[in-house]
Design a protein around this ligand. Structure first.
Ligand code: TQI
Ligand code: CA
Ligand code: ZN
Ligand code: ZN
Length: 477
């Protein structure tokens, strides 16, 4: 089903409207003023319409007036007559604050939605304004913005017919909604359904960008995927589905409350991991914490908790309680990080944690992400360092050690500077610890190094490994 109403459809609705207005239950006794006052009120607080720019919506407006009156009457516990009777008008004339009584999001007529939880997508034709890697990333992040709120997951395919076919098109492109050159229409998407349903087209005549110089692809794609999943426009100006272009920062992006309400009205909330087996983003097999070959990508303290990262899984435990350890997805706590975190550390005194992935790092206060990622070269790493294996903050010295291959760096947190004479060889300082090191964390004067299935307990003062245990023993095994 097409998101944009065909012109003939709109005309048809206008004709229908003439009759339905005449036959409507708004009696002739209702004064014109009352009617307009009520309509303005209902539009402000009870509208789920996306805006009057679309013929179909204008036409539907009066048809739904009775429905809206009924909603209002239900909300205020009045008798549900669908008419602008005295008690209803009293409510309308009463002064009130500007908080809407109902959500502002809107669904398409018939409320089309996907009947399965795993949807495929395929990026079919690219644009010359951006590299294909950038397009892939923007599309992935835009889909992820939605899947973080609902039990949907998106699987990319590179051949055949996907549920959501994504392409950049110029002018006439065979779906009877030709693009119009620079500006005007930027993109369109088909509501959920067979064939064209879900397909999302971007006008190749636009200047698409990763940033703000031109139309930001992440922003427009996230809006279009809202349509492709079944959302129409919202009247909430803070919503992604509000029909005005507003640049959205891709990293750290969160859907507005209204967008979340809308998408959850269709698909329900994302169930907490491990959830039921049909919920996507749970790994195909339940991770076994006691798998003796298990290893970690990153380990850090975060407040009173210890966090263990492994692929897409985040194990959380209380520092002093090795019981009740629960697997969750990294997505559920840190949607921006998604998976495969390289390293993490906390500076407890600052209440700040740092998460590393490739040449980027993210800062959090507790579980609260503090803005977009930054580059690891801020720390003073040489350019040949593309990612970090492990990081650990040593409380006493306020130095953070970064492990890269068989070397390590020491960063002075107080001075905010990398220390001179580094990198050094790991085996020089930490003899007995195998490199590369996957993860490291400090607790009570010991640094615990994780390398594959082994965890080394290193006494900082004695400068010696005091024991080696299985990494999985940290998960209570
Ligand atoms: N494209 C319109 C849109 O996606 C297509 C459209 C017009 C539409 N009327 C509709 C879709 C009614 C569903 C229902 O909204 S657009 C924005 C905006 C456009 C607009 O090119 O105008 C964005 C595409 F306005 F929100 F910025 C993306 Cl983000
Ligand atoms: Ca255009
Ligand atoms: Zn199209
Ligand atoms: Zn739209």
């Amino acid at each position: 089903m097409k998101v944009l109403p065909a012109p003939s459809f709109a005309v048809l609705l206008f004709v229908t409207l003439k009759f339905s207005t005449a036959a409507s239950s708004l009696s002739s006794r209702t004064s014109r003023t009352n009617y307009h006052l009520a309509q303005a009120y209902l539009d402000k607080y009870y509208t789920k319409e996306g805006g009057p720019q679309i013929g179909e919506m204008v036409a539907r407006q009066r048809n739904t007036m009775v429905k809206k009156i009924k909603e209002l009457q239900a909300f205020f516990g009045l008798q549900i007559t669908g008419k602008l009777d005295k008690s209803t008008m009293d409510v309308i004339k009463r002064p009130r604050c500007g908080v809407p009584d109902v959500a502002n999001y809107r669904l398409f007529p018939g409320e089309p939605k996907w009947k399965k939880n795993t949807l495929t997508y395929r990026i079919d034709k690219y644009t010359s304004s951006m590299t294909s890697v950038e397009v892939d990333k923007a599309v992935e992040m835009a889909l992820q913005a939605w899947s973080s709120a609902v039990p949907l997951s998106f699987v990319r395919i590179n051949s055949g017919e996907a549920d959501i076919m994504v392409s950049f098109e110029t002018g006439d492109h065979g779906d009877s909604y030709p693009f119009d050159g620079p500006r005007g229409t930027l993109a369109h998407a088909f509501a959920p359904g067979e064939g064209l349903g879900g397909d999302t087209h971007f006008d190749n005549a636009e200047k698409w960008t990763m940033g703000t110089n031109g139309f930001n692809l992440f922003t427009v794609a996230a809006h279009e995927f809202g349509h492709a999943l079944g959302l129409a426009h919202s009247s909430d100006p803070s919503a992604l589905m509000y029909p005005t272009y507003k640049y959205q920062q891709p990293y750290g992006f969160r859907l507005s409350k209204d967008d979340v309400k809308g998408i959850q009205a269709l698909y329900g909330p994302r169930k907490p991991f491990p959830g039921n087996p049909s919920v996507p983003h749970t790994p195909p097999h339940q991770p076994d914490p006691c798998d003796s070959s298990s290893s970690f990508d990153a380990v850090t303290r975060l407040g009173k908790e210890l966090l263990f990262f492994s692929d897409r899984i985040l194990w959380r435990r209380q520092v002093h309680l090795p019981a009740g350890i629960q697997p969750s997805t990294i997505m559920s706590s840190f949607p921006q990080l998604m998976s495969n975190v390289d390293a993490a550390y906390e500076v407890a005194d600052r209440g700040t944690a740092y998460f590393f992935k490739g040449p980027h790092y993210w800062i959090t206060r507790g579980f609260q992400m503090q803005g977009p990622p930054r580059t690891i070269y801020d720390f003073g790493f040489p350019r040949n360092v593309k990612y970090i294996d492990a990081a650990v903050n040593v409380k006493d010295t306020q130095k953070t050690l970064f492990f890269v291959g068989d070397e390590y760096y020491s960063y002075d947190e107080r001075k905010g500077k990398m220390e001179k004479d580094y990198p050094k060889y790991i085996e020089e300082e930490f003899s007995g610890v195998n490199s590369p090191i996957d993860a490291a964390v400090e607790l009570n004067g010991y640094i615990f190094f994780f390398s594959g299935p082994k965890a080394y307990k290193y006494n900082v003062e004695k400068e010696d490994v005091v024991s080696v245990v299985k990494s999985s023993s940290w998960l209570g095994c």
